[in-house]
Design a protein around this ligand. Sequence first.
Ligand SMILES: Cc1ncc(COP(=O)(O)O)c(C=O)c1O
Length: 393
Amino acid sequence: MADLYQQLSEELDRIDHQGQLRSLVSVTHHDRGEIEIDGRRYLNLAGNDYLGLAANRGMVAGFYKKQTDQNLLECYGLGSTASRLMTGNTGPYGRLEEQLRTMYSTEAALVFNSGYHLNIGILPALAGKQDLILADKLCHASLIDGMRLSLARLIRYPHLDYEAIERLFSRHRENYRQIFIVTESVFSMDGDTADLKELVRIKDRWQAVLYVDDAHGVGIRGATGCGLAEEMGVLDRIEILTGTFGKAFGGQGAFVVGTRVLIDYLLNTARSQIFTTGLPPVSVHWLCTILKQIPQMQTERTRVAELADRFRWALQEEGLRTHGSSNIVPVLIGDAAATVTAAERICAAGYWVKAVRPPTVPAGTSRLRLSLNAAMEWEQLAPLPGIIKASLI
Ligand SMILES: Cc1ncc(COP(=O)(O)O)c(C=O)c1O
């Protein structure tokens, strides 16, 4: 047998040589969008806590106090003991799914352990050999892994190119039982958005199924926080609409909303739902608490949108390249090594910013991905465009 560890360390050397070796850092979260690493405070632009809920110490403290005061031990357990279909479906789950159902006005909702679990579970359960998946080229890795696990044929269309989808339909529609269009709503590395109205029109025209991963839209977009589909007026026109709780909801887990038959089918067939231990009751109960507040958080949603517009404008004033229209703001640099150097310099100035390089994004499009949230103030952000510009010299 060849030496496994020798092989692995050679592989790690190769990754290191390409400047892509990653490691974990220990982080403490503070208010105002700040984190502490190795005793130093940074403004955190690399997180996804878009409404500032996960790091809101007052809210977290209030949540625990209420549980202790009311002796709600059932809700505060730390382990669910089994998968949901065995004995892991603790009380808060039913309440959370009922809340989601009401919020989205759908027949049913199903909670998964994470967005990753959800995305690797849904397509393998729904799409078989007789089916075709058309997916945006920039879909998240979890969606891609789900497509790879599915037996359906996969074609990836150029990012946001809906004429390309139409051409694919005219070429392939009659050869397949179902065709699934798969897209993110707000794209996680570019901060731009899918035209969900146009996608609904296309899928109706071709009698296809639309699967929208609204991970970066739920909570932060739409008048009541139901995400980009709500904002674009197509909430009830999407067959498979999903979101994660790990971003704007400041928690853990993910959900899909849809018809009763879809949800019953997924509960019975999605392997990443069936073969894993349920979430801790305390996590699900936190989500029930948060979900009640999301519709009322329009002030926060507007504030983040305004912050992002102002920030994007300030970057352009410095001659920096950015795009998109959300609170995810990329700064395009291009060269991977230059992006890493820039990120290091910006961190040294007290801003926690990560370089995003291939294979996460296409070669030549390395960037800084900055995500803004409701806990931040403009005064904290104002110096950053100048610091980024200086980091590139
Ligand atoms: C578009 C998209 N879908 C799914 C996920 C995974 O969600 P989770 O972090 O809940 O596993 C992410 C995470 O970054 C994402 O960006």
